[in-house]
Write a protein that binds this ligand. Structure first.
Ligand SMILES: [Zn+2]
Length: 223
C-alpha cells in the first residue's frame, strides 16, 4: 500500500466517499479526516526540518539514524534506508502504536525500539543518531556522564545499553533506560533520545553528542 494511502486509511473513520447523500454527521467526519491528514503532513514537515539539522550539525550521517513522532493514529516513523536530510512524505510511514503491522516491513528497522519507548515512557518523539563521540564513548565506558555544565544540568547521565539492531533485546534495554533518563547509547551503535515533542528530542540528541565530545576530549583525549 502506498504510504500516503496508509495515512488516509488511518484517518478514514468511515467510508464517506461512497455516500451520495452526505449528512451533517458525514460532513463532520470528512472535516475530521481532512484535519487528521493535515496534522500528519505538518508533522512530516517538522521531521524533515529536524532531519536536516541532525545531518547538517554532524549528529549523524545522512544514511544513519531514524526519527519518529507519536501521532493521533499511531507512530509516524522514517522508512528503512531513508536519508535523514531528504525526508518527505514518501519517506515516512504510519505504524501501529502497540503492535506490529504490515507497514513495519518498510518502516525503519528500529521501529520495535521506538514502539517500546512510547509504550514504557512519557516520550512523544524519539530521535536515533549514530553520533560519533557518543558511539566512541559507549565502547570504552559503561555509562556516559556529562562533565560540561549544560549536559550535567539538563541532560544527566546516559546509560550504555546492549542489543542488536531492531532486536527485542535492544527495544527492552533502550525503553528501560529512557524511563529515568532523557537519552541512552546503544553500545557501538548510537544514541536514542526522547522528547515531549520533536524539538525537545532534538535538543537532547544535540546535548548527548556535545557532552560526549567534551567528555571524550577531556577524559580520554589527554592519554
Ligand atoms: Zn542505528
Amino acid at each position: 500500500m502506498p504510504i500516503k494511502e496508509s495515512w488516509l486509511k488511518a484517518a478514514d473513520f468511515t467510508d464517506t466517499n461512497t455516500n451520495p447523500y452526505p449528512t451533517r454527521q458525514s460532513k463532520e467526519i470528512v472535516h475530521a479526516r481532512r484535519d487528521a491528514i493535515i496534522a500528519i503532513e505538518d508533522t512530516v514537515l517538522e521531521m524533515a526540518r529536524f532531519g536536516k539539522k541532525l545531518v547538517n550539525h554532524g549528529l549523524t550521517g545522512s544514511r544513519f539514524g531514524n526519527i519518529s513522532v507519536l501521532a493521533e493514529d499511531g507512530i509516524l516513523i522514517t522508512r528503512t534506508g531513508a536519508m535523514l536530510d531528504e525526508i518527505d512524505e514518501s519517506q515516512v510511514v504510519l505504524v501501529d502504536r502497540d503492535k506490529t503491522c504490515d507497514m513495519d516491513r518498510i518502516a525503519s528497522c528500529e521501529t520495535p525500539v521506538h514502539r517500546a519507548v512510547y509504550s514504557k515512557t512519557d516520550a512523544r518523539a524519539v530521535i536515533h543518531t549514530h553520533s560519533p563521540y557518543a558511539v566512541a564513548l559507549s565502547l570504552i565506558e559503561g555509562i556516559v556522564t556529562p562533565i560540561d555544565s549544560e549536559g550535567a544540568t539538563f541532560l544527566g547521565s546516559m546509560p550504555v545499553v546492549d542489543g542488536g539492531f531492531g532486536s527485542d533485546a535492544l527495544a527492552s534495554s533502550v525503553s528501560d533506560a529512557l524511563v529515568e533518563h532523557k537519552a541512552c547509547v546503544a553500545r557501538g551503535h548510537g544514541v536514542f533520545a526522547k522528547g515531549f515533542d520533536l524539538r525537545d528530542a532534538y535538543i537532547t540528541a544535540s546535548m548527548a553528542e556535545h557532552s560526549s565530545k567534551v567528555r571524550y576530549l577531556v577524559v580520554w583525549g589527554k592519554r
